[in-house]
Structure formats: structure tokens, C-alpha cells
Design a protein around this ligand. Structure first.
Ligand SMILES: Cc1cc2nc3c(=O)[nH]c(=O)nc-3n(C[C@H](O)[C@H](O)[C@H](O)COP(=O)(O)OP(=O)(O)OC[C@H]3O[C@@H](n4cnc5c(N)ncnc54)[C@H](O)[C@@H]3O)c2cc1C
Length: 399
């Protein structure tokens, strides 16, 4: 295995480090103190746009290489899955909530890239090629009845002439309240199970896309997690990702969603490691400043935490490396996603204990990181679900 990264990715890493220190951590702290996501018109987003954030991976067909090169490189978009893990780690080191709050097509982009027709990619991703203002995309799978049992989503899609009519409720969808469009997963018939899944791009302002509510969160407050309803929401046939032919392949819609998750899990693991590294750096600084560095037991616990984080990062890099080689990585992706958040949580608990009241008053970065890290065990498949996936694989059951 070779985990070395391209020179341009190294450059992105350094840019991210500078912006993380100067911009991202202060902005994340500001949102946390306010207890609310950064508003759409926050000048921070305009500054980040100028730094190259907010762009799509997709390139218009026939675009000359020089046109692409003329645009600033997006500091959070790597040229390989392995480098993406390292960028995710660095971004989360400074502020994981801000990493998600940044403009761009977000989690909605992978299903459009993997399932969309050329016409759909152009329609929905062209605005993100060189955006003149901060714009967002959204992804909505989770429903109030539960997010883990992805195969049994309840949002219904019914064909009516040249429109699909969507009815249902979605929850905890990142940035969807401010999104230009949301990739919404629904079923044409729950009895069909996974084969009944379809993905629709629901554009902002579509009648029936209603009742957006920003959820209250214990951590990661910098970005909005939104619940909303689809109430006789009429979506043009042309907005069903891939067109009906795509779904004639076995379980196409479900597979499209799962591809999104398999690609994202090593990066989520990297984010957890980044938060873990941040808490241990803060704890080390506190120990040095308060005469605790000579305590053998504290040093031992800190070293153990650091070792677990490093092991989790190596596993995430291996999962990403396999993806880069176009090899199956489901088990490794799940293993890294199952391992890294608990390791980061353990590091954060250790840091809270070392700092005692200095952290417990809720005015120190450590306490914010302690609240932020929990979500990493939940998003894109909980730790339990990763273990279910791996255990089924071990005994030869399909996933
Ligand atoms: C910060 C944040 C951002 C998110 N962003 C998005 C987003 O952008 N788009 C989106 O669609 N969703 C998003 N989600 C939702 C996320 O995907 C779900 O929270 C997640 O899938 C878990 O679903 P749930 O919370 O409904 O828990 P449930 O599925 O109800 O599970 C509850 C508990 O039971 C456990 N459990 C469930 N089934 C099993 C089983 N078979 N075996 C063992 N244990 C099991 C789970 O691990 C969990 O601990 C986000 C969530 C958070 C917290």
C-alpha cells in the first residue's frame, strides 16, 4: 500500500491548515456560542468561496483543461480517496461542523454523479462549477421513523402524468433548508423493498416541499440539520435520477445510496481522528501549563488514545486506498467507521477529565469538541450498523 499523496493534495492540505486556523475554527466557535448555524449571508461563506470552496467535482464535457485550471482549486476536494481522508482529518481538526457548513453540492453530489444522466449532471451541477455566490445541495434519506433501516424508507412516490408525486417526511438532512436542490430518496412500493427505491432531485420552491425546521443539536451547531415534509410534492419526471431504465438494474436506487455511504465512511473516520487529535493537542497544552506533564498515568492514557487514533486513521487510509484501486472496500470502510469515533470519544473523555472544572464550565474548546464528536458515531451509518454489516459479511450473508 502506498499512502503518499499527490503534490496538489499536499498543497490543499496546507491551505486547509491555514484557513482552519485563521477562519474555520473561529467561525465554528462563533456558531457554537450563538447556538445556531451560521446564516446563509454570513460573510465567512463569501470569503470561503473566494478560497475555492463550494465547487463540484464534476466537469462539463469538453471543458478545456486550461478552463478548469483557471479556477482556484477547492481546498477540501482531493484527487484520491486516500487524500480525501487526510483532508477530512485536517478540516475536522479545526472544526467539523464548519467543514459541513461550507457551501457546495455536499452529500447530494455522489448520487448525482453515480446515478444521474449526463443531462441531469449538467442541470444540477453546472451551477456549482464556478458559483458566483455561496450555494448548497442536500441529501435526504433519513426519516423520523429511523435512519438505520435504510431499506425500509416510507416516503412514497406515485407517478401522475409527467410528474412524480412525493409524500413523506425527512429528518436531519444537512443544509437542506438553504439548498438549491435536495436529493430525496422515496419508494414506489414498500413491498418491493430495495428494488422500489427511487432518487429524485427536488428543487427549491417546488410546491409541496414544506415545513422546514432546523433541529436542535448538542454539537456541530455550525451547520443546519433540517427536517421537512413532502406534501403532494410534484417533481418532474426528468428529475428522477438516472431515469426509469437505471432502476431496471437490480436494486439500482438502493445501490446508488449505498455507494454514497461506502465512499463517505473512510472520510468520516478521518474526521473523527481529526477531532481526536485536536482534543489531545488541547489536553497536552493544558498538562504542560499546569504541571501535569510529569504524571506518568496521564501520559500513559494520552499515549494510548493517540495510538488508537493512529490505528483508526491507518485503517481509514487502507479503505480509501482500496477504493482508489477500484477494489471492494465495504468491510474496511465499515471497520474504520466503527473504530474511529469511539477512539475520538475516548480521547475527548480523557481530555475532559484531565481539565476537570476548567472544561466542565462549558467555556473551553475541549467541551465543544466533546459535544461535537458524538455525532460522528451516528452519521452515515451508526457504529452498531457498521458492526452488523461486518458480522453479516463474516458469515457470508449479503448486505
Ligand atoms: C449531525 C447529523 C447529520 C446528519 N445528516 C444527515 C443528512 O444529511 N441526510 C440524511 O439523510 N441523514 C442525516 N443524518 C441522519 C443519520 O443518518 C441517522 O441519524 C442515522 O442513520 C441513524 O438513524 P436514527 O438516528 O434514526 O437512529 P435509528 O435508526 O432509529 O437507531 C437508533 C439506535 O438503534 C441502533 N440500531 C438500529 N438498528 C439496529 C440493528 N439492526 N442492530 C443494532 N443496532 C441497531 C442504532 O445504531 C442506534 O443506536 C444525520 C444525523 C446527524 C446526527
Amino acid at each position: 500500500m502506498d499512502f503518499s499523496i499527490a503534490a496538489e493534495d499536499q498543497q490543499r492540505l496546507e491551505t486547509l491548515r491555514r484557513l482552519g486556523r485563521e477562519e474555520m475554527r473561529p467561525a465554528g466557535w462563533r456558531a457554537d456560542r450563538a447556538g445556531a448555524p451560521l446564516p446563509v449571508d454570513d460573510p465567512f461563506f463569501v470569503r470561503m468561496l473566494a478560497e475555492g470552496f463550494g465547487r463540484t467535482h464534476w466537469r462539463p464535457p469538453g471543458e478545456a483543461a486550461s478552463e478548469g485550471a483557471a479556477q482556484p482549486a477547492a481546498p477540501n476536494q482531493a484527487s484520491s480517496a486516500a487524500a480525501q481522508v487526510l483532508l477530512a482529518e485536517e478540516g475536522a481538526y479545526w472544526d467539523r461542523g464548519i467543514s459541513v457548513a461550507l457551501p457546495g453540492p455536499g452529500l447530494g453530489e455522489p448520487p448525482i454523479l453515480s446515478m444521474g444522466t449526463p443531462e441531469q449532471k449538467a442541470r444540477f451541477l453546472l451551477p456549482f462549477v464556478n458559483p458566483q455566490r455561496p450555494i448548497w445541495g442536500g441529501f435526504a434519506m433519513t426519516e423520523p421513523s429511523g435512519g438505520s433501516d435504510v431499506a425500509n424508507i416510507r416516503t412514497r412516490a406515485r407517478l401522475d402524468g409527467d410528474h412524480w408525486v412525493l409524500n413523506g417526511a425527512k429528518s436531519f438532512s444537512g443544509n437542506s433548508g438553504r439548498a438549491e436542490w435536495i436529493v430525496v430518496f422515496a419508494t414506489i412500493d414498500p413491498a418491493l423493498g430495495r428494488a422500489g427505491h427511487r432518487a429524485f432531485v427536488v428543487e427549491r420552491g417546488t410546491p409541496g416541499l414544506v415545513d422546514f425546521r432546523i433541529e436542535k443539536k448538542m454539537g456541530l451547531r455550525a451547520y443546519e440539520s433540517t427536517s421537512f415534509f413532502l406534501s403532494d410534492c410534484r417533481v418532474p419526471v426528468a428529475n428522477m435520477l438516472g431515469g426509469e431504465a437505471y432502476y431496471m438494474q437490480r436494486s439500482g436506487g438502493f445501490k446508488g445510496a449505498m455507494n454514497t455511504f461506502n465512499a463517505g465512511r473512510p472520510a468520516i473516520a478521518g474526521m473523527a481522528v481529526g477531532i481526536g487529535r485536536a482534543v489531545l493537542d488541547e489536553a497536552a497544552a493544558f498538562m504542560q501549563a499546569n504541571g501535569l506533564a510529569s504524571d506518568l498515568r496521564l501520559r500513559d492514557r494520552m499515549e494510548r488514545s493517540r495510538r488508537k487514533l493512529k490505528a483508526a486513521l491507518l485503517l481509514a487510509l487502507r479503505a480509501a486506498w482500496l477504493a482508489d484501486q477500484s477494489k471492494p472496500n465495504m468491510v474496511e470502510a465499515s471497520a474504520s467507521k466503527a473504530l474511529a469515533p469511539p477512539a475520538a470519544f475516548e480521547a475527548a473523555s480523557f481530555a475532559m477529565e484531565v481539565m476537570g472544572p476548567a472544561a466542565g464550565r462549558g467555556e473551553h474548546l475541549i467541551e465543544k469538541l466533546f459535544r461535537d464528536v458524538k455525532a460522528l458515531d451516528i452519521v452515515e451509518g451508526t457504529g452498531q450498523i457498521q458492526r452488523v454489516v461486518m458480522a453479516r459479511h463474516l458469515v457470508g450473508l449479503p448486505n
